[in-house]
Write a protein that binds this ligand. Structure first.
Ligand SMILES: Cc1cc2nc3c(=O)[nH]c(=O)nc-3n(C[C@H](O)[C@H](O)[C@H](O)COP(=O)(O)O)c2cc1C
Length: 193
C-alpha cells in the first residue's frame, strides 16, 4: 500500500513527524511506502469562497494544491495531520481542508472514498470533540473515508514518547488498511454534535 502523508505542522522534527515516522516503519514492514509532504513546501492559497468549484470545474485558484491532490489521488491511502492552535485546528491546516470543497463538488476529481487516517496533536489532555468531528466531516466532504483517528495530547515541550507508544504507532501503520470505516457524528443540518 502506497501512502501519502500531509504534515501541516511547520515543525519538521516535531511530535507529528515522530508519530508519522513510526507509522512509516509499520507501513514499510507491511510492504508499503509512505511519502511525507510538508505543507510548508507548497504554495497553498486560502479558499476565497467564490464557489466556482461548485459549478463542477474544479478550483479556480492556480497554486500547488493541485500537485498535492494528484499525489494523494495516486496513493492508496492518505494521512492528514494537524496541530491544535487555540483549541481549534491550526489555520493553515484548516486552509487545506477548506480547499477540499473543490474535490467534493467534482465527480472527476473525486477521491472515490479513499481510506484516510487523521492525526490531531496538542498539548492539552483533551480537546473539544467537535474539532475532531468537524475535521472528520471535512475529510468526508472531500470524498475520503476515515478509518483511523489518532488524537494525541499531553505533548508538552519536553514530552518524550515511551517506546511502547512508538511501537503502537508502528503497529497502527502496519494495520492501517484493516480498520473499519468510522462514521462521523456531526449533524449536517445543525452542524452540532
Ligand atoms: C499558536 C499556538 C497555539 C496553540 N494552542 C494550543 C491549544 O489551544 N491547545 C493545545 O492543546 N495545544 C496548543 N498548542 C500546541 C500545539 O498543538 C502543539 O505544539 C503541536 O500540536 C505539536 O505538534 P508538532 O510538534 O508536530 O508541531 C498551540 C501551539 C501554538 C504554536
Amino acid at each position: 500500500m502506497n501512502v501519502v502523508t500531509l504534515i501541516t505542522s511547520s515543525n519538521r522534527h516535531g511530535f507529528t513527524k515522530q508519530i508519522v515516522d513510526r507509522l512509516s516503519m509499520g507501513i514499510k514492514d507491511n510492504g508499503g511506502t509512505n511519502e511525507i509532504l510538508f505543507m510548508d513546501d507548497y504554495d497553498i492559497k486560502y479558499c476565497t469562497g467564490c464557489r466556482g468549484c461548485e459549478k463542477g470545474n474544479g478550483c479556480v485558484l492556480d497554486d500547488d494544491f493541485k500537485e498535492i491532490i494528484e499525489k494523494i489521488r495516486d496513493a492508496d491511502y492518505f494521512i492528514f495531520t494537524a496541530p491544535i492552535f487555540w483549541n481549534d485546528l491550526a489555520g493553515h491546516s484548516k486552509m487545506f481542508l477548506d480547499r477540499l470543497n473543490s474535490i467534493g463538488h467534482n465527480l472527476d476529481l473525486s477521491m472515490n472514498d479513499k481510506l484516510c487516517c487523521m492525526i490531531i496533536t496538542h498539548i492539552s489532555r483533551n480537546i473539544n470533540p467537535f474539532v475532531i468531528e468537524n475535521t472528520h466531516r471535512c475529510l468526508v466532504s472531500g470524498t475520503f473515508k476515515v478509518n483511523k483517528i489518532l488524537d494525541i495530547g499531553n505533548l508538552m515541550e519536553n514530552h518524550k514518547f515511551e517506546e511502547f507508544e512508538l511501537e503502537d504507532f508502528e503497529d497502527i501503520g502496519y494495520e492501517l488498511e484493516e480498520y473499519e470505516i468510522i462514521p462521523h457524528k456531526l449533524d449536517l443540518e445543525s452542524s452540532m454534535l
